[in-house]
Design a binder for this molecule. Sequence first.
Ligand SMILES: *[C@@H]1O[C@H](CO)[C@@H](O)[C@H](O)[C@H]1NC(C)=O
Length: 382
Amino acid sequence: MKYTSIFAAAVTALASAVSAAGVTGAAEGFARGVTGGGNAAPVYPRNTDELVSYLGDSQPRVIILTKTFDFTNTEGTETSSGCAPWGTAPGAQLAINKNNWCNNYANTAPKVNSITYNKAGVLGITVNSNKSLVGQGSAGVIKGRGLRIVSGAKNVIIQNIAITDINPRYVWGGDAITLDNTDLVWIDHVTTARIARQHIVLGTQADNRVTISYNFIDGRSQYSATGNGHHYWGIYLAGTNDMVTLKGNYFYYTSGRLPKVQGNTLLHAVNNYFDSIDGHAFEIDAGGYVLAEGNAFKNVATPVQLPVSGQLFSAPNAAANQQCRSVLGRPCQVNAFDNSGSFNNQANTAVISKFAGKSIAPANLAVNIPRWVLANSGQGKI
Ligand SMILES: *[C@@H]1O[C@H](CO)[C@@H](O)[C@H](O)[C@H]1NC(C)=O
């Protein structure tokens, strides 16, 4: 029985690696089996219009990016009112008054009469089902606009690209990657930098099986909600039926929401490197079920914000970690903390059983993770 299932898993991994033209490797964890555009003949968009068309049409596609696609000025600018919830100092983000959001701060945030931003950034490019979007070397960049995998689109691979410079001064100026009502999505070796709001957001509908692996979330920004050059809006997981594998990512220079987990989300956070986080990493609200193992923290003030209103098994010690055996077939791996806070021994073992029967990514020793992630995660390191 055991050998049969291992053999079947190997065949599945091999099949998806072979069938996904242009794509390197295969997804680990929950999105295992994703094929994206499969073996469709690759296409090479020449300009932003062609890229939008290939991503949004109803053909299975392997789309290869060989240069920067700059959307900054594709839709011109918009000027609207806003507010300054974090003050008006030069390094503070301002907020566009989207859906009257500034009313949340009516009594506290100074009004800002005029904010001018690039319209294209506000809503990402629609990505339809059965697409692989892959960068060549370090050349594939989408600038000034993000990606949206929504409304039932499924089976999507985004690999080895960078998404940058989306209205970074203005909250509500746009997200880098949005999922909402989807299934089987793999975001791999992607670098995101200088984003208005979330680097990755899974919306409130069901996003089902998702793997977010070996990416570089670069939080360095001239403007931030915390005013300290550390971007606040990292990864927000809010879906109603979501299983997310978060593996091998490099999370650098942020100050919050990395990740924020709620809704009904089962999260396996494994072998990520959290570096120089001036604020908190995990924020786990009701409906967030998190297994965090084999992660490395360096200079992270608050690995998890308290209280944890959801559930967290933080693999606190060798004895507790043996409890993973019955479900994962192996013990969980302890996390490593270097000049950082801790997980406060959070050890809610109810989380472990939720992984029964699922595709679970393997875990390596946390102590090896910083060096490995720096060498292998993000665009161009595949
Ligand atoms: C995606 O591929 C699957 C499997 O081949 C197919 O059933 C589905 O209709 C495709 N979706 C679209 C939008 O092309």
